[in-house]
Design a protein around this ligand. Structure first.
Ligand code: GDP
Length: 328
């Protein structure tokens, strides 16, 4: 028996611990669902299905922006504002790049120093994984565990790399894009698709010499957002200014987020979550099929020779794929 197996709790212990808000048990449960060992996956699944009725009670907020825009400083200050007004806050990260360093526990702790010492906040570093899909799945499950543990606001940060914004957009109620006022060409460096996903843009570092440029950028972003089609929620994305270092503008950001929740209404939010869950199921189907395919001994036996046949033009890639899939 490995050390890890000995440390595993019973299903009841996990469930009771999570539902009573015990953070040690919550952390253990998250570690369990992050494991790729089959017994852990099965137990994790049972725990998630049991706590499912106790989930759904949080405001799920995604935050994105390129490295250096001030995400962790923003979350530190904004998070303090939320916990200071009585909220229980969980901060999760989707960072597909953390697989390279094997996690970022120390990084996240030092990045958000006061929040990590805040009794009303819980910071969970990004899981490691071999694909964005895997990392995102673990984050979705972690979100459910945190909700069952009683957190009423969940911030999910993404590092603004690759497709991680789309993954986070697919698991939150509200998606916030942090930007900076640039040197007159603010719109140049930002992918249009990300702006289109945003429910709000917040221009950070609106302090000191940067205030005027930030005000100008606000107008430009507002104009740019007007060009996008209106969301089915009826909400038109807003642009705000803030300074995470000087702690200005953050209360306004929070009241804007609350305005969003009021404005779109519970029915629409429920529908959005239903659609997100169906997408999650479909993604999981693809993931499971792919994993099962590559684990099949028959496929493994023929994969290399089929690759060679494709290389020398003996068979079309499509036919080769179909033959292999038929084997699996
Ligand atoms: P991240 O990579 O997006 O998480 O960015 P960080 O939070 O690490 O911030 C990057 C740098 O910008 C740090 O040196 C911060 O101190 C600085 N910074 C963050 N927010 C502000 C702000 O509101 N105003 C100013 N002047 N600097 C900021």
């Amino acid at each position: 028996m490995t050390q890890y197996q000995r440390k595993r709790l019973s299903k009841g212990e996990y469930v009771d611990g999570i539902l009573s808000g015990n953070r040690v048990v919550l952390s253990k449960a998250i570690t369990l669902i992050e494991s790729s060992a089959t017994p852990d996956i099965l137990l994790g699944e049972e725990i998630l299905n049991t706590i499912l009725p106790n989930t759904g009670g949080s405001k799920r907020i995604g935050i994105t922006g390129v490295p250096g825009v001030g995400k962790s400083t923003f979350i530190e200050t904004f998070g303090g504002l939320l916990t200071g007004s009585g909220h229980n806050l969980a901060v999760l990260t989707v960072d597909p790049s953390s697989q390279r360093t094997g996690g970022s526990i120390l990084g996240d702790k030092t990045r958000m120093e006061s929040l990590s010492n805040d009794l009303n906040a819980y910071i969970r570093p990004s899981p490691t994984g071999d694909s964005l899909g895997g990392v995102a799945n673990k984050t979705r499950e972690t979100l459910l565990l945190c909700e069952a543990a009683g957190f009423d606001i969940i911030l999910i940060e993404t590092v603004g790399v690759g497709q991680s914004e789309t993954a986070v957009k697919g698991m939150v109620d509200f998606f916030l894009l942090l930007l900076l006022a640039g040197a007159g060409d603010e719109l140049q460096g930002i992918k249009k698709g990300i702006m289109e996903m945003a429910d709000a843009i917040v221009i950070n570092k609106a302090d000191g010499d940067n205030i005027q440029a930030s005000k100008k950028a606000k107008i430009e972003f507002e104009n740019a957002l007007h060009l996008f089609p209106l969301s089915s929620s009826g909400w038109s994305p807003k642009v705000n200014l803030c300074s995470s270092v000087k702690n200005t503008g953050l209360e306004k950001v929070w009241s804007m987020i609350l305005e969003y929740f009021n404005s779109v209404g519970e029915d629409w939010l429920k529908l959005q979550r239903q659609n997100q869950n169906v997408s999650w199921m479909k993604e999981s189907i693809s993931h499971l099929l792919k994993t099962g395919f590559y684990a099949s001994p028959k496929v493994l036996k023929h994969l290399n020779s089929m690759e060679e046949n494709v290389k020398v033009g003996q068979i079309t890639p499509f036919s080769a794929a179909r033959k292999l899939v038929d084997l699996g």
